[in-house]
Ligand binder design. Sequence first.
Ligand SMILES: NC(=O)c1ccc[n+]([C@@H]2O[C@H](COP(=O)([O-])OP(=O)(O)OC[C@H]3O[C@@H](n4cnc5c(N)ncnc54)[C@H](OP(=O)(O)O)[C@@H]3O)[C@@H](O)[C@H]2O)c1
Length: 344
Amino acid sequence: MNTVFRLFSLVLLASLPKGYAMDNLKLSSGYNIPSVGLGTSSIKPYDLENAIINALENGYKHIDTAFTYHNEEAIGKVLKKWFAKGGARENLFITSKLPSQGNRPESVEKYLKQSLKDLGLDYVDMYLIHTPFGLKEGVNNSPKEVNGIEIFENVNHNALWKEMEKQVKNGYAKSIGLSNFNQSQIDNVYKNAEIKPSNLQVEIHAYLPQKQLRQFCKKHNIVVTAYAPLGSHNSRTYLHKSTGKDLPALIDLPIIKDLAQKYKKSPSQILLRHTVQDDLVVIPKSSNSDRQKLNIDLFDFKLTAEDVKKIDNLDKGEKGRVFDFLKFYKGLENNPQYPFVEQS
Ligand SMILES: NC(=O)c1ccc[n+]([C@@H]2O[C@H](COP(=O)([O-])OP(=O)(O)OC[C@H]3O[C@@H](n4cnc5c(N)ncnc54)[C@H](OP(=O)(O)O)[C@@H]3O)[C@@H](O)[C@H]2O)c1
């Protein structure tokens, strides 16, 4: 009976299409990270509670948030109800981030504990340093308040990382990683780390695929999370530098629409599949339950190498970047820790 079952499993495995991305990826910390998460940064406060409940009911296990998004308390309220209904903490993967104004060793635990309090959790699954550059304590995220004021503070990345490692040892974070760091900044942290960064969260979509950075991370066993994986078309017009802001929304491109028709999928699924198929995590934001369902349903088809190439050809390099942070922080481009100068 056992042999028949094993034979049946082998036949089943052999008949599965090769190259399918898993719906979980293994982190160097030993934990799994779900390949799709819900982005929450731009969900309107009045939509937030419903968006999170819908996402959990739609099967999302991974939620991406940050101190800076000012939504952790609201997410915490939803999680509390979810757990009361029988949802298990260990089935969820919650990411939070140390804000730029917390980028000094003595502030790490304070900000992480505040996020944990707001989320109503004992630990986060992933804690990321949100940016490689630092802001003075008390500096608000609003661009109006920082114009013309000396707002930056130099960050000692290695000393900061030591404190991040302490959060793992203390049990407040299962895994730790980086966000918006460039290759040489990651390399520096990596080389000096006792606990290696297991995750890098950066902007990645068809206009800005960042292939070289992805190669580097693959070599160092760092799982890459693609933020703004649909190209953040609603943010593009007001956030991007003037050069690239006229780029059309990726989901409206004829090439993407044609592929959607060919595979009988939505344009968003084509774009997200293109990214998860290369073993990246994606964290699309949607407040809409139907679109959330589309965005997580990526694992029953595979793009051919030829179609992957067609999407690869949309690469615009730096012109494709939406989140350059320059609209937020005046003078940031002159900060020596500004990350986006040496990447192509
Ligand atoms: N680490 C960082 O510094 C950083 C920076 C930026 C973003 N992030 C993270 O990445 C997440 C995602 O980024 P993002 O929100 O800027 O961009 P995105 O996920 O690329 O795009 C979100 C936009 O696409 C729409 N959308 C979602 N699903 C769709 C579908 N199936 N069809 C058509 N439109 C769809 C959404 O509208 P609806 O809601 O109406 O569906 C929203 O307007 C953020 O929420 C945040 O968690 C991190």
